[in-house]
Design a protein around this ligand. Structure first.
Ligand code: ATP
Length: 251
């Protein structure tokens, strides 16, 4: 079942930097949320407070009503799928070993059938299980990254710029696949992205961050209609200008 999340006064300080400035936020089960904003606005830090890769200086994060600070981090990371920025597969492990790593850390073995099933979910041939990451394209590697995140049957999928390293066609295809899996597997999904077009297309809720705060919290439809304030609309202007230029080419 899809997870619920709540942030209560979550602040994170690094010496003189305040990466998160008192975030209060509730996320409904089954939401697909995009976190957008300029570089350094706090997106990755907020995402990482959920699976305890970052511990808040103040405040707390509740996953299904439980304070994540009180949960066992290894078990929690297994049931919370995490897709890394820049792919992050282990280069000397096969595709199958990469996919099985999370369950293995908690003493569970994934069978060949389950590995094959996970590869099929991300549209890869199960015969690829024995390959090394370097024997796959970047897009295929990130598909393995998504399969690995799904290996523990998560109720929550966290993605940090998952498609940033991919070409636009692969990026579009994998984004659509992840959105389908979000529905099919009944997930709550949080995706960090620099790309407002991607956020508008894939998410049902877009959070815009600026200086460690959430400055807009809107649906894609509302953002397209001009809501969300200045920072949000500066980001929406980018795909809008591109669409207008393309339209202009049609003559
Ligand atoms: N481990 C760290 N030590 C010190 N400062 C950090 C650390 N991690 C993040 N910061 C700072 O916290 C702020 C927020 O960083 P964060 O990575 O969350 O931003 P972001 O919005 O995800 O950026 P990007 O889009 O570039 O990945 C930045 O000013 C960053 O320099």
């Amino acid at each position: 079942m899809a997870a619920s999340l709540a942030f209560e006064g979550v602040t994170k300080r690094y010496d003189s930097t305040r990466a998160l400035a008192g975030i209060d936020l509730a996320i409904e089960p089954g939401s697909f949320v995009a976190l957008v904003g300029a570089s350094g606005s706090g997106k990755s830090t907020l995402l990482k407070t959920i699976n305890r890769l970052v511990e808040p200086t103040e405040g707390r994060v509740l996953l299904d009503g439980q304070d994540v600070a009180a949960s066992d981090p290894t078990a929690m990371r297994r049931t919370t799928g995490y897709v890394f920025q820049r792919i992050g597969l282990f280069p000397h492990m096969s595709v199958a070993e990469n996919i099985a790593i999370g369950p293995r850390l908690v003493g569970e073995k994934l069978g060949e059938d389950r590995i094959g099933e996970l590869l099929s979910l991300v549209d890869l041939d199960p015969a690829m299980a024995g390959r090394l990451p370097e024997e796959l394209s970047g897009g295929q590697q990130q598909r393995v990254g998504v399969a690995r995140a799904l290996a523990g049957n998560p109720s929550l999928l966290l993605m940090d710029e998952p498609f940033g390293a991919l070409d636009p066609v692969t990026r579009d295809a994998l984004g659509t696949r992840v959105r389908d899996l979000h529905e099919k597997l009944d997930l709550t999904t949080i995706m960090v992205t620099h790309d407002m077009a991607e956020a508008l297309i894939l998410a049902d809720r877009v959070l815009v961050m600026d200086g460690g705060r959430i400055v807009a919290d809107e649906t894609p439809q509302a953002l397209s209609r001009g809501k969300g304030g200045e920072v949000a609309q500066e980001l929406v202007a980018v795909p809008r200008h591109q669409a207008e230029k393309l339209k202009g080419l049609e003559g």
